[in-house]
Ligand binder design. Structure first.
Ligand SMILES: [Zn+2]
Length: 571
């Protein structure tokens, strides 16, 4: 999904890191790659590193050298430490989990733990020859194989040949097989015997990102340890620690975006930071992240969600267009919008669910999240996620994103239908101010003027306790005349008038009026007389149906034609 994982012609831009004047005279040229967008400004000609001679990628220089430093894998660490401490080590382990969460690192740590001169111990010294050689990958007794490139049965046979001999110096011959699920079927079969009856000096460690592809016969002979994806929060604070120790600036927003983009993989997060340092030197801020990762800034996504949730289509499309014009990917904008909706839902449910937001970000969306509420946000998020297949499969993703946005922007209308279903009448559109005329001017006689209080509040006061009545009241003209609350319905809303005037809802109406108009002493519900001319003829029915607020609303949302109208006897 992220551009930096897409390797393809033209998708990557290479540039050279050359000797910086004034540094020791060691000649070298190194090519690094950063993701390239057509609109990304070219990187500076000369990239300066703190130490241009020995710059090491962060994932290597920050590779944990002790179990205690392994980030976010407490269960794994405890299991292995217990086994080492009680001399109950298995002869084959399977480490499974997402890429970049520490499987290979843990394999090396385990190799050190068993082969350390002071071991076997859960706290290898890190100073003996074994520890040092394992750390830099040169130990003769620790073999690392990438099954992605050594898939054949011949390689497994060669390996078995090697395992016939005792380790040269250390206690164990440790074989680490990375991406073990890539082995061929025959290779697995050949492997099976070695795992079943291994010589006592052999320790197998398999690592895989896809455990379900490893045959059950292998799985059942291994002790399986599951590595968890890291939380955004854990990655974020790790990045902040590294930034502080390495002496470069990393804004909280940038750290959050990188952590989110890494999707649980600490290695991905660190290589992103590497890329960003190559691009923005020692100042990684929100803008640098937006440019290099192609991730829209939080403000942009927030204003997009703001426009969509308010049903402001033109504004939303404008934001999308501007974003895509700066070279950002439609799929990423879609994904980030979903992520923001999720964050808002979390905030609406319980602010503690979103520890990853910075204070600024929180302040930006908190109010809107509370206003929309958890129910509405759940529905909106669901609506947004439903568009994913379309976006994934579309040849024109920009168009697909626009369609997705248009659909979400219909949200206020959908809400109106739902209110109508609950209350029998259409409440005003969100954009219309809640004035008494908002629903009263649908082509019939203009409603009587002079409303003295805030009549919309009567409906609002009712929404909680009695949504159906509230819906009915929203179609009415409410005013206070001397000490009488007048609720007037148009001729087309006779049914609502009957309902609002019925004894069944009287109590609710009185309570709400008591709150909104404490001075009033009486409530009167009235409906205009039905026009007799043509009321019963088919044409009259058709006109009546066309003017019916519910029909108008349904046609507004789903389109369509009225084919036939049948009288139902109620008026
Ligand atoms: Zn050691």
């Amino acid at each position: 999904m992220w551009p930096f994982r897409k390797r393809g012609p033209g998708a990557w831009l290479s540039f050279r890191r050359e000797k910086v004047p004034g540094t020791p005279p060691i000649a070298f040229i190194e090519t690094r790659e950063i993701p390239w967008h057509p609109h990304t400004p070219p990187p500076p000609d000369e990239i300066r590193y703190h130490d241009p001679v020995s710059y090491q990628v962060l994932a290597r220089s920050w590779r944990p050298q002790r179990f205690a430093d392994l980030l976010g894998q407490d269960a794994v660490v405890q299991t292995l430490s217990n086994a080492l401490g009680s001399d109950a080590l298995g002869h084959a382990y399977l480490f499974s989990g997402l890429r970049g969460v520490g499987k290979t690192t843990a394999a090396r740590l385990l190799a050190k733990a068993v082969n350390c001169a002071e071991g076997p111990t859960a706290t290898p010294c890190g100073e003996c020859d074994s520890c040092l050689e394992i750390a830099d990958g040169s130990s003769i007794d620790v073999v690392e194989i990438d099954a992605a490139t050594h898939t054949g049965v011949d390689q497994v046979r060669e390996l078995q040949e090697l395992l016939r001999f005792r380790p040269t110096r250390d206690r164990y011959r440790v074989v680490v097989v990375d991406e073990v699920h890539m082995l061929s079927k025959s290779a697995f079969n050949a492997l099976l015997k070695s795992i079943e009856e291994p010589p006592p000096y052999v320790l197998w460690i398999f690592a895989t990102t896809e455990r379900h592809k490893v045959p059950a016969t292998i799985l059942s002979r291994c002790q399986q340890l599951e590595f968890r994806p890291l939380s955004n929060q854990a990655i974020r604070s790790h990045l902040e620690t590294i930034a502080e120790k390495e002496g470069f600036a990393l804004s909280p927003g940038a750290a959050g975006t990188i952590a989110a983009a890494a999707q649980g993989s600490v290695r991905d997060a660190l290589s992103l930071v590497d890329q960003l340092r190559a691009f923005a030197a020692d100042k990684i801020d929100d803008q640098a992240v937006a440019q290099v990762l192609g991730v829209p800034s939080f403000d942009v996504t927030a204003s997009l969600v703001e426009a969509l949730s308010g049903g402001r289509v033109a504004e939303a499309l404008g934001i999308i267009r501007t974003e895509l014009a700066t070279g950002h990917d439609a799929a990423i904008l879609y994904q980030e919008t979903g992520r923001l909706l999720r964050a808002m839902l979390h905030l609406a449910v319980d602010p503690a669910l979103e520890p990853g937001l910075t204070d600024d970000q929180r302040a930006l969306i908190e109010g809107r999240a509370a206003q929309l509420g958890a129910d509405a946000l759940t529905r909106m998020l669901g609506l947004w996620l439903e568009q994913e297949p379309m976006l994934r499969d579309a040849a024109n993703r920009e168009l697909a994103l626009e369609v997705a946005a248009l659909r979400l922007a219909r949200w206020p209308s959908i809400q109106r239908v739902e209110r109508w279903l609950a209350g029998g009448q259409t409440p005003p559109a969100e954009s219309a101010p809640p004035t008494p005329t908002a629903t009263g001017d649908r082509g019939n006689d203009p409603p009587p003027p002079a409303s003295s209080a805030r009549p919309a509040n009567l409906a609002e006061a009712l929404w909680e306790k009695h949504p159906r009545l509230a819906g009915a009241i929203e179609a009415a003209q409410v005013s206070v005349e001397s000490d009488v609350v007048m609720i007037r319905f148009g001729a087309e809303a006779r049914a609502s008038a009957n309902y609002a005037g019925s004894n069944a809802v009287r109590k609710f109406l009185e309570t709400a009026c008591g709150v909104v108009y404490p001075a009033a002493r009486e409530i009167r519900v009235e409906a205009e007389a039905v026009e007799e001319s043509g009321g019963g003829t088919p044409n009259g029915l058709m006109t009546e149906a066309e003017n019916d607020p519910a029909v108008v609303l349904v046609r507004e949302i789903i389109g369509g034609q009225i084919v036939a109208v049948q009288p139902d006897g109620s008026g």
